[in-house]
Design a binder for this molecule. Structure first.
Ligand SMILES: C=CC1=C(C)c2cc3[nH]c(cc4nc(cc5[nH]c(cc1n2)c(C)c5CCC(=O)O)C(CCC(=O)O)=C4C)c(C)c3C=C
Ligand code: FE2
Ligand code: FE2
Length: 352
């Protein structure tokens, strides 16, 4: 690069689920979610009326949950804080280039089409598609990337980050949160429950969704990092937020809390598939499951915070961007992850 060279224009697009910003947004947000074929795998003629029905039926309960957080989801402000922190790190790591971080939500604002238009207007040379889901699932990462690929019309070479279940900074940020929360437990015996958002079991058993094995990979790495500092910890993996009549991955987080009680332990619950706070952490974990723990005499009941904009996590995201641009290192986040997730090298990163 010469002094006059303005460098590459790099757009980084952060993907997340999105959440309703007020009470009126709850129903259309739920409709968008249940109308996604990655969530309900039926043809559109059946799926769309079903999505209308479920979003109507679920609206009041969901609104009540969002009211407990002031009316809407904090997911977007949390994601903006992550985007700003990443932008700051990238301006250093990619000095000489012009990097800009964008946010594309799957089911609520800023929606993918709006962000795609902003990215096209930025006229990037390179686009890095970076899901805020450390573990790949057809229901999250694949759904977001598919919609992006169908929507984006503009310049730039696209590179997708499929997943980062055991990226160093992500694991370090999680391990710090676990250690700090274990400190609050003091000498009281506790089990660390790594709680991931569930998905229907058939997605894993029949369709080969790699989510469960990547969740296990993350848990094994976090446990190793915590144990290296403090010695053995009692721990288990569990799955929260079940929706609908199908069998979901188990054990469920409520079952795991009850089991800890029967074993004479309190719990430290760790959100292991979420990177920010939202309805599933602030309401489900902090209120609903806390009440269950209280009713069953499970004490203490403590919850580790989501990683948010903790510096090691932001460094992990920045490293994923740099790796994607460089195409260097072991198992880079390659185009195979985007075009054919079954060929993704990260699927083989299973915990020993
Ligand atoms: C790892 C992340 C997530 C996976 C996997 C996932 C799968 C999944 N989710 C539903 C249904 C709902 N999810 C809802 C909220 C929600 N889900 C995630 C993340 C994952 N979902 C987040 C971050 C949030 C919170 C958004 C916010 O507003 O704060 C909801 C809405 C809340 C509710 O009514 O319970 C639903 C519904 C399914 C069916 C599914 C896999 C098939
Ligand atoms: Fe969800
Ligand atoms: Fe991959």
């Amino acid at each position: 690069m010469t002094e006059a060279d303005p460098g590459r224009r790099v757009a980084v697009v952060l993907f997340n689920l999105g959440g309703p910003d007020d009470q009126a947004a709850v129903k259309p947000f739920l409709f968008n979610l249940f109308n996604d074929p990655a969530i309900i795998g039926l043809p559109g003629l059946l799926r769309t009326p079903l999505a209308r029905l479920i979003s109507s039926r679920r609206e009041a309960t969901a609104q009540a949950n969002y009211r407990l957080m002031g009316g809407g989801s904090p997911l977007l402000p949390e994601t903006r804080a992550q985007a700003e922190a990443l932008q700051a790190v990238l301006s250093d790591r990619l000095a000489g280039d012009q990097a800009r971080v964008f946010i594309a939500m799957r089911y609520w604002n800023p929606m993918t089409a709006e962000t795609a238009a902003q990215v096209a207007a930025f006229a990037p040379d390179e686009i890095v598609l970076l899901p805020l889901y450390p573990q790949y699932s057809t229901t999250t990462t694949q759904s977001s990337l598919k919609l992006w690929n169908e929507t984006y019309v503009g310049p730039g070479v696209s590179r997708a980050v499929c997943c980062y279940p055991q990226a160093g900074g992500w694991i370090a940020a999680q391990a710090r949160g676990v250690a700090e929360t274990l400190d609050q437990a003091g000498d009281r015996p506790v089990r660390v429950l790594f709680s991931a958002h569930g998905i229907p079991e058939t997605l894993v058993s029949a369709k080969g969704d790699p989510y469960q094995e990547q969740v296990e990979t993350t848990v094994a790495a976090v446990v190793a990092a915590v144990e290296a500092e403090r010695g053995p910890i009692d721990h288990a993996v569990c799955y929260q937020s079940r929706v609908g009549p199908m069998k979901w991955l188990g054990p469920s987080t409520p079952e795991a809390i009850s089991q800890a009680g029967r074993d004479g332990r309190g719990v430290v619950v760790v959100p292991i598939a979420f990177v920010s706070e939202h309805v599933e952490t602030l309401v489900e974990l902090d209120i609903e499951y806390a009440e269950l723990a209280h009713a069953e005499g499970v004490s203490p009941y403590l919850r580790a915070p989501a990683v948010g904009a903790r510096p090691p996590f932001i460094q992990a995201l920045a490293q994923a961007v740099v790796d994607a641009l460089d195409r260097t290192g072991v198992a880079p986040f390659g185009p195979g992850c985007k075009a054919d997730w079954k060929a993704c090298p990260h699927r083989r990163q299973r915990a020993a």
